[in-house]
Design a protein around this ligand. Structure first.
Ligand code: ATP
Ligand code: MG
Length: 478
Protein backbone atom coordinates (compact mmCIF):
# COMPACT_ATOMS: atom_id res chain seq x y z
CA UNK A 1 0.00 0.00 0.00
CA UNK A 2 1.15 3.46 -0.88
CA UNK A 3 -1.42 5.52 0.97
CA UNK A 4 -5.14 6.12 1.21
CA UNK A 5 -7.87 8.50 0.15
CA UNK A 6 -7.82 11.37 2.63
CA UNK A 7 -11.33 12.75 2.45
CA UNK A 8 -14.40 12.78 0.23
CA UNK A 9 -14.30 13.69 -3.43
CA UNK A 10 -14.82 17.27 -4.61
CA UNK A 11 -15.19 18.23 -8.24
CA UNK A 12 -13.68 14.97 -9.48
CA UNK A 13 -10.67 15.51 -7.29
CA UNK A 14 -9.64 13.86 -4.08
CA UNK A 15 -6.74 14.07 -1.67
CA UNK A 16 -4.40 11.12 -1.14
CA UNK A 17 -2.32 10.77 2.00
CA UNK A 18 0.93 8.86 1.54
CA UNK A 19 3.57 7.48 3.82
CA UNK A 20 6.22 10.07 4.36
CA UNK A 21 9.12 8.42 2.61
CA UNK A 22 7.28 7.99 -0.67
CA UNK A 23 7.83 10.73 -3.21
CA UNK A 24 4.98 11.53 -5.51
CA UNK A 25 5.13 13.76 -8.56
CA UNK A 26 2.53 15.59 -10.51
CA UNK A 27 1.64 13.18 -13.29
CA UNK A 28 2.02 9.98 -11.24
CA UNK A 29 -0.70 7.45 -11.88
CA UNK A 30 -2.34 5.62 -8.98
CA UNK A 31 -5.12 3.10 -8.62
CA UNK A 32 -7.37 2.44 -5.64
CA UNK A 33 -8.50 -0.85 -4.14
CA UNK A 34 -11.74 -0.65 -6.08
CA UNK A 35 -10.05 0.22 -9.34
CA UNK A 36 -10.38 4.00 -9.47
CA UNK A 37 -7.61 5.48 -11.55
CA UNK A 38 -6.12 8.66 -10.12
CA UNK A 39 -3.56 11.06 -11.40
CA UNK A 40 -1.57 13.25 -9.06
CA UNK A 41 -1.97 16.93 -9.84
CA UNK A 42 0.14 18.40 -7.07
CA UNK A 43 0.70 18.74 -3.34
CA UNK A 44 -1.65 20.51 -0.95
CA UNK A 45 -1.02 21.57 2.58
CA UNK A 46 -4.12 21.42 4.75
CA UNK A 47 -4.25 23.04 8.14
CA UNK A 48 -7.30 23.10 10.38
CA UNK A 49 -6.04 26.48 11.73
CA UNK A 50 -6.51 28.09 8.37
CA UNK A 51 -9.59 26.34 7.15
CA UNK A 52 -11.30 29.06 5.07
CA UNK A 53 -14.79 28.11 6.28
CA UNK A 54 -13.87 28.28 9.94
CA UNK A 55 -12.15 31.59 9.32
CA UNK A 56 -15.22 33.00 7.58
CA UNK A 57 -17.40 31.87 10.49
CA UNK A 58 -15.10 33.61 12.97
CA UNK A 59 -15.23 36.82 10.95
CA UNK A 60 -19.02 36.67 10.89
CA UNK A 61 -19.15 36.22 14.65
CA UNK A 62 -16.68 39.07 15.13
CA UNK A 63 -14.35 36.83 17.06
CA UNK A 64 -10.83 37.89 17.66
CA UNK A 65 -8.61 36.32 15.04
CA UNK A 66 -5.08 35.68 16.24
CA UNK A 67 -2.26 36.53 13.92
CA UNK A 68 -1.38 33.51 11.81
CA UNK A 69 1.82 31.93 12.98
CA UNK A 70 3.63 29.08 11.36
CA UNK A 71 2.55 26.25 13.57
CA UNK A 72 3.65 22.88 12.35
CA UNK A 73 1.07 20.93 14.31
CA UNK A 74 -1.96 19.98 12.40
CA UNK A 75 -0.53 20.75 8.97
CA UNK A 76 -1.01 17.86 6.71
CA UNK A 77 0.43 17.18 3.28
CA UNK A 78 -1.90 15.51 0.86
CA UNK A 79 -1.65 14.96 -2.85
CA UNK A 80 -4.53 16.29 -4.86
CA UNK A 81 -5.51 13.75 -7.48
CA UNK A 82 -7.86 13.92 -10.37
CA UNK A 83 -10.13 10.92 -10.77
CA UNK A 84 -9.83 9.59 -14.30
CA UNK A 85 -12.36 6.79 -14.02
CA UNK A 86 -12.70 3.22 -12.92
CA UNK A 87 -10.70 0.49 -14.58
CA UNK A 88 -12.53 -2.69 -15.44
CA UNK A 89 -11.13 -5.41 -17.69
CA UNK A 90 -8.70 -3.07 -19.39
CA UNK A 91 -11.28 -0.35 -19.94
CA UNK A 92 -11.81 2.83 -18.02
CA UNK A 93 -15.37 3.79 -17.20
CA UNK A 94 -16.51 7.12 -15.92
CA UNK A 95 -18.79 7.45 -12.92
CA UNK A 96 -18.46 6.65 -9.24
CA UNK A 97 -15.72 7.80 -6.94
CA UNK A 98 -13.32 6.31 -4.44
CA UNK A 99 -14.29 6.40 -0.79
CA UNK A 100 -12.30 8.01 2.03
CA UNK A 101 -9.86 5.51 3.49
CA UNK A 102 -9.65 3.44 0.34
CA UNK A 103 -6.10 2.24 -0.22
CA UNK A 104 -4.08 3.31 -3.24
CA UNK A 105 -1.07 1.84 -5.05
CA UNK A 106 0.93 2.61 -8.19
CA UNK A 107 -1.09 1.99 -11.32
CA UNK A 108 -0.33 -0.68 -13.86
CA UNK A 109 -1.09 0.26 -17.47
CA UNK A 110 -2.31 -3.30 -18.05
CA UNK A 111 -5.41 -2.27 -16.04
CA UNK A 112 -6.05 0.71 -18.27
CA UNK A 113 -5.36 -0.25 -21.85
CA UNK A 114 -7.71 -2.61 -23.59
CA UNK A 115 -6.80 -5.02 -26.34
CA UNK A 116 -3.61 -6.91 -26.77
CA UNK A 117 -0.93 -4.70 -25.32
CA UNK A 118 2.05 -6.84 -26.14
CA UNK A 119 5.05 -4.66 -26.80
CA UNK A 120 7.00 -3.13 -23.95
CA UNK A 121 7.96 0.47 -24.63
CA UNK A 122 8.70 1.73 -21.16
CA UNK A 123 7.59 2.14 -17.59
CA UNK A 124 5.17 4.62 -16.05
CA UNK A 125 6.82 7.62 -14.49
CA UNK A 126 7.77 8.14 -11.73
CA UNK A 127 6.75 4.59 -10.88
CA UNK A 128 4.20 2.03 -11.79
CA UNK A 129 3.85 -0.88 -14.13
CA UNK A 130 5.33 -1.53 -17.52
CA UNK A 131 3.80 0.31 -20.41
CA UNK A 132 2.93 -2.04 -23.21
CA UNK A 133 1.19 -1.03 -26.39
CA UNK A 134 -0.61 -3.05 -29.01
CA UNK A 135 0.81 -3.60 -32.47
CA UNK A 136 -1.94 -1.34 -33.83
CA UNK A 137 -0.87 1.49 -31.53
CA UNK A 138 2.74 1.14 -32.58
CA UNK A 139 1.69 1.20 -36.23
CA UNK A 140 0.30 4.75 -36.07
CA UNK A 141 2.12 7.69 -37.60
CA UNK A 142 3.90 9.21 -34.64
CA UNK A 143 5.67 12.37 -33.64
CA UNK A 144 8.27 12.78 -30.92
CA UNK A 145 8.89 16.32 -29.77
CA UNK A 146 11.00 17.87 -27.04
CA UNK A 147 13.54 20.55 -26.27
CA UNK A 148 17.22 19.76 -27.01
CA UNK A 149 18.66 16.92 -24.98
CA UNK A 150 15.41 15.73 -23.47
CA UNK A 151 15.59 12.12 -24.67
CA UNK A 152 13.99 11.98 -28.13
CA UNK A 153 16.76 10.08 -29.87
CA UNK A 154 17.24 7.73 -26.91
CA UNK A 155 13.59 6.80 -27.09
CA UNK A 156 13.53 6.53 -30.89
CA UNK A 157 16.42 4.08 -30.84
CA UNK A 158 14.92 2.14 -27.93
CA UNK A 159 11.63 1.71 -29.77
CA UNK A 160 13.40 0.96 -33.05
CA UNK A 161 15.18 -1.95 -31.35
CA UNK A 162 11.80 -3.30 -30.35
CA UNK A 163 10.58 -3.20 -33.96
CA UNK A 164 13.78 -4.77 -35.23
CA UNK A 165 13.71 -7.59 -32.68
CA UNK A 166 10.26 -8.37 -34.02
CA UNK A 167 11.59 -8.41 -37.59
CA UNK A 168 9.95 -5.14 -38.63
CA UNK A 169 12.29 -3.22 -40.98
CA UNK A 170 13.34 0.21 -39.75
CA UNK A 171 14.55 2.83 -42.20
CA UNK A 172 16.31 5.85 -40.72
CA UNK A 173 16.96 9.09 -42.55
CA UNK A 174 19.91 10.45 -40.64
CA UNK A 175 19.97 14.21 -40.98
CA UNK A 176 21.99 15.43 -38.05
CA UNK A 177 25.80 15.74 -38.29
CA UNK A 178 26.50 13.94 -35.01
CA UNK A 179 25.56 10.72 -36.85
CA UNK A 180 24.19 9.12 -33.73
CA UNK A 181 22.08 6.69 -35.73
CA UNK A 182 25.06 5.36 -37.69
CA UNK A 183 26.92 4.85 -34.44
CA UNK A 184 23.90 3.18 -32.89
CA UNK A 185 23.61 0.91 -35.93
CA UNK A 186 27.22 -0.21 -35.42
CA UNK A 187 26.55 -0.94 -31.77
CA UNK A 188 23.40 -2.82 -32.67
CA UNK A 189 25.42 -5.03 -35.02
CA UNK A 190 27.43 -6.16 -32.00
CA UNK A 191 24.58 -6.35 -29.51
CA UNK A 192 22.11 -8.12 -31.81
CA UNK A 193 24.12 -9.81 -34.57
CA UNK A 194 21.08 -11.50 -36.07
CA UNK A 195 19.54 -8.15 -37.08
CA UNK A 196 20.80 -7.15 -40.56
CA UNK A 197 22.20 -3.61 -40.53
CA UNK A 198 22.75 -1.56 -43.70
CA UNK A 199 24.55 1.77 -43.63
CA UNK A 200 23.86 3.53 -46.90
CA UNK A 201 25.73 6.48 -48.38
CA UNK A 202 24.33 8.22 -51.42
CA UNK A 203 27.34 9.18 -53.49
CA UNK A 204 29.17 8.67 -56.78
CA UNK A 205 29.35 4.92 -56.17
CA UNK A 206 25.74 4.65 -55.08
CA UNK A 207 23.93 7.41 -56.95
CA UNK A 208 20.32 8.42 -57.32
CA UNK A 209 19.35 8.19 -61.00
CA UNK A 210 18.78 11.71 -62.27
CA UNK A 211 15.38 10.93 -63.76
CA UNK A 212 14.14 10.32 -60.20
CA UNK A 213 14.22 14.03 -59.49
CA UNK A 214 11.15 16.08 -60.22
CA UNK A 215 11.55 19.20 -62.38
CA UNK A 216 11.33 21.56 -59.39
CA UNK A 217 13.95 19.47 -57.58
CA UNK A 218 16.34 19.45 -60.49
CA UNK A 219 15.86 23.20 -60.78
CA UNK A 220 16.79 23.56 -57.13
CA UNK A 221 19.82 21.32 -57.58
CA UNK A 222 20.92 23.22 -60.68
CA UNK A 223 21.72 26.30 -58.61
CA UNK A 224 21.36 29.86 -59.82
CA UNK A 225 20.20 30.01 -63.45
CA UNK A 226 19.24 32.89 -65.68
CA UNK A 227 15.61 33.17 -66.64
CA UNK A 228 16.40 31.85 -70.14
CA UNK A 229 18.36 28.91 -68.82
CA UNK A 230 15.58 28.05 -66.40
CA UNK A 231 12.98 28.08 -69.19
CA UNK A 232 15.13 25.89 -71.33
CA UNK A 233 15.76 23.37 -68.56
CA UNK A 234 12.05 23.14 -67.76
CA UNK A 235 11.23 22.72 -71.48
CA UNK A 236 13.83 19.95 -71.84
CA UNK A 237 12.51 18.11 -68.79
CA UNK A 238 8.93 18.33 -70.02
CA UNK A 239 10.04 17.03 -73.39
CA UNK A 240 11.92 14.15 -71.80
CA UNK A 241 8.92 13.04 -69.81
CA UNK A 242 6.61 13.31 -72.84
CA UNK A 243 8.82 11.46 -75.26
CA UNK A 244 11.46 9.50 -73.37
CA UNK A 245 14.54 8.64 -75.40
CA UNK A 246 14.60 4.94 -74.59
CA UNK A 247 11.77 2.66 -73.76
CA UNK A 248 10.57 3.83 -70.38
CA UNK A 249 11.35 7.03 -68.56
CA UNK A 250 14.89 6.19 -67.50
CA UNK A 251 16.68 9.03 -69.24
CA UNK A 252 20.30 9.82 -68.47
CA UNK A 253 22.34 12.97 -67.93
CA UNK A 254 23.55 12.83 -71.55
CA UNK A 255 19.94 12.55 -72.73
CA UNK A 256 19.20 15.75 -70.86
CA UNK A 257 22.14 17.64 -72.39
CA UNK A 258 21.11 16.43 -75.85
CA UNK A 259 17.51 17.58 -75.38
CA UNK A 260 18.71 20.96 -74.22
CA UNK A 261 20.90 21.31 -77.33
CA UNK A 262 18.06 20.21 -79.64
CA UNK A 263 15.50 22.56 -78.18
CA UNK A 264 17.98 25.44 -78.11
CA UNK A 265 18.76 24.87 -81.77
CA UNK A 266 15.07 24.87 -82.72
CA UNK A 267 14.55 28.11 -80.83
CA UNK A 268 17.72 29.75 -82.11
CA UNK A 269 19.06 29.96 -78.60
CA UNK A 270 22.26 27.97 -79.03
CA UNK A 271 24.27 30.15 -76.66
CA UNK A 272 21.74 29.75 -73.87
CA UNK A 273 21.76 25.98 -74.44
CA UNK A 274 25.55 25.79 -74.45
CA UNK A 275 25.84 27.83 -71.28
CA UNK A 276 23.18 25.81 -69.52
CA UNK A 277 24.85 22.54 -70.46
CA UNK A 278 28.25 23.80 -69.39
CA UNK A 279 26.80 24.79 -66.05
CA UNK A 280 24.96 21.50 -65.56
CA UNK A 281 28.03 19.45 -66.49
CA UNK A 282 30.12 21.40 -64.05
CA UNK A 283 27.63 20.93 -61.21
CA UNK A 284 27.17 17.24 -61.97
CA UNK A 285 30.92 16.71 -61.84
CA UNK A 286 31.62 18.78 -58.74
CA UNK A 287 28.56 19.17 -56.56
CA UNK A 288 25.77 16.88 -57.65
CA UNK A 289 28.03 13.85 -57.64
CA UNK A 290 25.27 11.83 -56.01
CA UNK A 291 23.25 11.95 -59.23
CA UNK A 292 23.88 9.21 -61.77
CA UNK A 293 22.20 7.54 -64.72
CA UNK A 294 21.00 4.38 -63.11
CA UNK A 295 21.25 2.53 -59.85
CA UNK A 296 19.13 1.11 -57.08
CA UNK A 297 19.78 3.04 -53.92
CA UNK A 298 17.35 1.09 -51.80
CA UNK A 299 17.10 -2.68 -51.89
CA UNK A 300 14.58 -3.72 -49.25
CA UNK A 301 15.15 -7.45 -49.61
CA UNK A 302 17.71 -7.62 -46.80
CA UNK A 303 15.31 -6.56 -44.04
CA UNK A 304 16.47 -5.17 -40.71
CA UNK A 305 17.86 -1.70 -40.20
CA UNK A 306 18.67 0.75 -43.00
CA UNK A 307 20.42 3.99 -42.10
CA UNK A 308 20.65 6.51 -44.92
CA UNK A 309 23.60 8.66 -44.01
CA UNK A 310 22.53 12.08 -45.19
CA UNK A 311 23.94 14.25 -42.42
CA UNK A 312 26.88 15.53 -44.46
CA UNK A 313 25.12 15.31 -47.77
CA UNK A 314 25.03 18.61 -49.68
CA UNK A 315 21.39 18.13 -50.66
CA UNK A 316 20.19 16.14 -47.69
CA UNK A 317 16.59 17.44 -47.72
CA UNK A 318 16.15 16.74 -51.38
CA UNK A 319 17.78 13.33 -51.13
CA UNK A 320 15.66 12.43 -48.10
CA UNK A 321 12.56 13.28 -50.08
CA UNK A 322 13.60 11.11 -53.02
CA UNK A 323 14.29 8.25 -50.62
CA UNK A 324 10.76 8.59 -49.27
CA UNK A 325 9.52 8.06 -52.82
CA UNK A 326 11.77 5.04 -53.28
CA UNK A 327 10.37 3.56 -50.08
CA UNK A 328 6.86 4.31 -51.30
CA UNK A 329 7.53 2.53 -54.59
CA UNK A 330 9.10 -0.46 -52.88
CA UNK A 331 5.98 -0.70 -50.72
CA UNK A 332 3.61 -0.32 -53.68
CA UNK A 333 5.39 -3.07 -55.60
CA UNK A 334 5.33 -5.24 -52.45
CA UNK A 335 9.09 -5.59 -52.41
CA UNK A 336 8.84 -3.91 -49.01
CA UNK A 337 5.94 -5.41 -47.07
CA UNK A 338 6.02 -2.56 -44.56
CA UNK A 339 8.26 -0.92 -42.02
CA UNK A 340 8.98 2.06 -39.85
CA UNK A 341 10.49 5.19 -41.38
CA UNK A 342 12.24 7.26 -38.78
CA UNK A 343 13.03 10.88 -39.58
CA UNK A 344 14.95 12.76 -36.89
CA UNK A 345 15.20 16.54 -37.38
CA UNK A 346 11.97 16.29 -39.36
CA UNK A 347 11.55 20.09 -39.47
CA UNK A 348 14.36 20.13 -42.04
CA UNK A 349 12.48 18.21 -44.69
CA UNK A 350 8.90 19.22 -43.86
CA UNK A 351 9.32 22.78 -42.67
CA UNK A 352 6.30 24.87 -41.81
CA UNK A 353 7.63 28.09 -43.25
CA UNK A 354 9.57 27.19 -46.40
CA UNK A 355 8.04 25.85 -49.54
CA UNK A 356 10.79 23.44 -50.50
CA UNK A 357 10.23 20.51 -52.87
CA UNK A 358 10.76 17.89 -50.16
CA UNK A 359 7.76 19.22 -48.27
CA UNK A 360 5.42 18.10 -51.04
CA UNK A 361 6.93 14.65 -51.33
CA UNK A 362 6.89 14.00 -47.60
CA UNK A 363 3.36 15.34 -47.16
CA UNK A 364 2.20 12.86 -49.73
CA UNK A 365 4.30 10.08 -48.25
CA UNK A 366 2.91 10.55 -44.73
CA UNK A 367 -0.63 10.80 -46.00
CA UNK A 368 -0.31 7.57 -47.98
CA UNK A 369 1.75 5.74 -45.37
CA UNK A 370 -1.07 3.81 -43.74
CA UNK A 371 -2.14 2.31 -47.05
CA UNK A 372 1.41 1.24 -47.75
CA UNK A 373 1.93 -0.38 -44.37
CA UNK A 374 4.57 2.22 -43.63
CA UNK A 375 4.77 3.77 -40.19
CA UNK A 376 6.29 7.26 -40.22
CA UNK A 377 7.99 8.35 -36.99
CA UNK A 378 8.91 12.02 -37.06
CA UNK A 379 11.17 13.58 -34.46
CA UNK A 380 11.94 17.23 -33.88
CA UNK A 381 13.00 19.79 -31.32
CA UNK A 382 10.57 22.16 -32.85
CA UNK A 383 7.01 21.04 -33.52
CA UNK A 384 6.07 24.59 -34.48
CA UNK A 385 8.52 24.38 -37.37
CA UNK A 386 6.88 21.24 -38.78
CA UNK A 387 4.44 21.58 -41.64
CA UNK A 388 0.95 21.66 -40.14
CA UNK A 389 -0.55 19.24 -42.66
CA UNK A 390 2.02 16.64 -41.74
CA UNK A 391 1.73 17.38 -38.02
CA UNK A 392 -2.02 16.83 -38.17
CA UNK A 393 -1.52 13.37 -39.64
CA UNK A 394 0.44 12.18 -36.61
CA UNK A 395 -1.89 10.14 -34.43
CA UNK A 396 0.45 9.38 -31.55
CA UNK A 397 2.55 12.07 -29.94
CA UNK A 398 5.35 11.56 -27.46
CA UNK A 399 6.05 14.87 -25.81
CA UNK A 400 9.21 15.42 -23.78
CA UNK A 401 9.99 18.61 -21.85
CA UNK A 402 8.87 21.33 -24.21
CA UNK A 403 8.43 25.03 -23.67
CA UNK A 404 7.33 28.32 -25.17
CA UNK A 405 5.90 28.36 -28.65
CA UNK A 406 6.76 24.73 -29.20
CA UNK A 407 4.55 23.75 -26.30
CA UNK A 408 1.86 26.00 -27.74
CA UNK A 409 2.17 24.14 -31.05
CA UNK A 410 1.19 20.81 -29.43
CA UNK A 411 -1.27 22.23 -26.91
CA UNK A 412 -4.45 21.30 -28.72
CA UNK A 413 -3.36 17.68 -28.52
CA UNK A 414 -3.05 17.89 -24.75
CA UNK A 415 -6.70 18.49 -24.04
CA UNK A 416 -6.88 15.18 -22.16
CA UNK A 417 -4.40 16.47 -19.63
CA UNK A 418 -5.25 18.51 -16.53
CA UNK A 419 -4.18 22.17 -17.05
CA UNK A 420 -1.91 21.98 -14.02
CA UNK A 421 -0.13 19.01 -15.58
CA UNK A 422 0.33 20.85 -18.86
CA UNK A 423 2.20 23.43 -16.79
CA UNK A 424 4.60 20.68 -15.73
CA UNK A 425 5.62 19.74 -19.27
CA UNK A 426 8.48 22.28 -19.54
CA UNK A 427 9.89 20.77 -16.33
CA UNK A 428 9.77 17.07 -17.15
CA UNK A 429 13.04 15.33 -16.30
CA UNK A 430 15.26 14.04 -19.10
CA UNK A 431 13.94 10.82 -20.56
CA UNK A 432 10.33 11.30 -19.45
CA UNK A 433 7.62 11.91 -22.01
CA UNK A 434 3.88 12.05 -22.12
CA UNK A 435 2.12 9.84 -24.63
CA UNK A 436 -1.09 11.10 -26.19
CA UNK A 437 -3.05 9.14 -28.71
CA UNK A 438 -6.56 8.41 -29.90
CA UNK A 439 -8.83 7.61 -26.98
CA UNK A 440 -9.70 4.13 -28.21
CA UNK A 441 -6.02 3.18 -28.06
CA UNK A 442 -4.74 5.20 -25.10
CA UNK A 443 -7.52 6.13 -22.63
CA UNK A 444 -5.69 9.22 -21.40
CA UNK A 445 -2.22 10.74 -21.64
CA UNK A 446 0.42 8.65 -19.89
CA UNK A 447 3.78 9.77 -18.53
CA UNK A 448 6.52 7.23 -19.05
CA UNK A 449 10.19 6.58 -19.58
CA UNK A 450 11.42 4.49 -22.51
CA UNK A 451 12.86 1.12 -21.58
CA UNK A 452 14.10 -2.04 -23.20
CA UNK A 453 17.11 -1.09 -25.32
CA UNK A 454 20.07 -3.41 -25.56
CA UNK A 455 22.65 -0.97 -26.84
CA UNK A 456 24.24 1.90 -25.05
CA UNK A 457 23.13 5.33 -26.16
CA UNK A 458 25.90 6.70 -28.42
CA UNK A 459 25.53 10.39 -27.67
CA UNK A 460 25.28 10.99 -23.94
CA UNK A 461 25.34 14.56 -22.75
CA UNK A 462 28.96 15.34 -21.81
CA UNK A 463 30.13 16.84 -18.56
CA UNK A 464 32.14 19.83 -19.76
CA UNK A 465 34.39 19.74 -16.65
CA UNK A 466 35.31 16.11 -17.34
CA UNK A 467 36.44 17.07 -20.83
CA UNK A 468 39.10 19.38 -19.42
CA UNK A 469 39.98 17.33 -16.38
CA UNK A 470 43.71 16.72 -16.13
CA UNK A 471 44.42 19.27 -18.85
CA UNK A 472 47.48 21.38 -18.08
CA UNK A 473 46.38 24.87 -17.53
CA UNK A 474 46.06 27.96 -15.55
CA UNK A 475 44.29 29.13 -12.47
CA UNK A 476 43.11 27.29 -9.44
CA UNK A 477 40.21 24.93 -9.28
CA UNK A 478 37.56 25.71 -6.81
N1 ATP B 1 15.18 7.10 -20.79
C1 ATP B 1 16.44 7.50 -20.57
N2 ATP B 1 17.19 6.90 -19.64
C2 ATP B 1 18.45 7.29 -19.40
N3 ATP B 1 19.07 8.31 -20.04
C3 ATP B 1 18.39 8.97 -20.97
C4 ATP B 1 17.04 8.59 -21.28
N4 ATP B 1 16.62 9.40 -22.25
C5 ATP B 1 17.64 10.24 -22.51
N5 ATP B 1 18.69 9.99 -21.75
C6 ATP B 1 19.97 10.73 -21.78
O1 ATP B 1 19.69 12.10 -21.98
C7 ATP B 1 20.59 12.70 -22.88
C8 ATP B 1 19.89 13.32 -24.08
O2 ATP B 1 19.21 12.32 -24.79
P1 ATP B 1 18.95 12.39 -26.35
O3 ATP B 1 20.22 12.39 -27.11
O4 ATP B 1 18.00 11.29 -26.66
O5 ATP B 1 18.24 13.80 -26.48
P2 ATP B 1 17.51 14.45 -27.75
O6 ATP B 1 16.17 14.91 -27.25
O7 ATP B 1 17.53 13.55 -28.91
O8 ATP B 1 18.42 15.71 -27.98
P3 ATP B 1 18.61 16.59 -29.34
O9 ATP B 1 17.38 17.40 -29.47
O10 ATP B 1 19.81 17.41 -29.02
O11 ATP B 1 18.80 15.62 -30.46
C9 ATP B 1 21.59 11.60 -23.22
O12 ATP B 1 22.67 11.72 -22.32
C10 ATP B 1 20.81 10.35 -22.97
O13 ATP B 1 21.65 9.26 -22.71
MG1 MG C 1 18.48 13.77 -30.79
Amino acid sequence: MLGYIGSPVEFRECPVVVEEEIELNPGAMLITERGYVLRVIGPRYDSPDHDPEILAEKVRMRMRIPRAEPRRTGVRLTWVCEILGRARDGRVELGGAPAPGEEVRWADPADLISGEATYLIGRLWPEGGELRLSGISLSQPSGTFGDPGTGKTYKAQTNAELFLRNRVPVIVLEMSPDEEYSEWARRLRKAEPEIPVHLIEIDRRNPIPIHRLRPEELLEAAGVLTRDQEDLLVAALADLSESPPNSGSNWTREDLYRRITDIAKRQNRETVGANLNAKLRYRMARILTFLGDKGEVFDPSGGGLYVFRLARHPYRELTAAVICTLIEEAALSRRLPGGVVLIDEAHLIVPADRDIPSRHRVRYFVRLARHLGIVPWLISQSPRSIDRQVFDLLRFLYIFALSGENLAAVRDRLSGLHPRLIEQIPLLPTGVCVLVGPRDLVPFPLFFRAEGRRTEHPSPTRDIFRVFEGAKGHGKRS
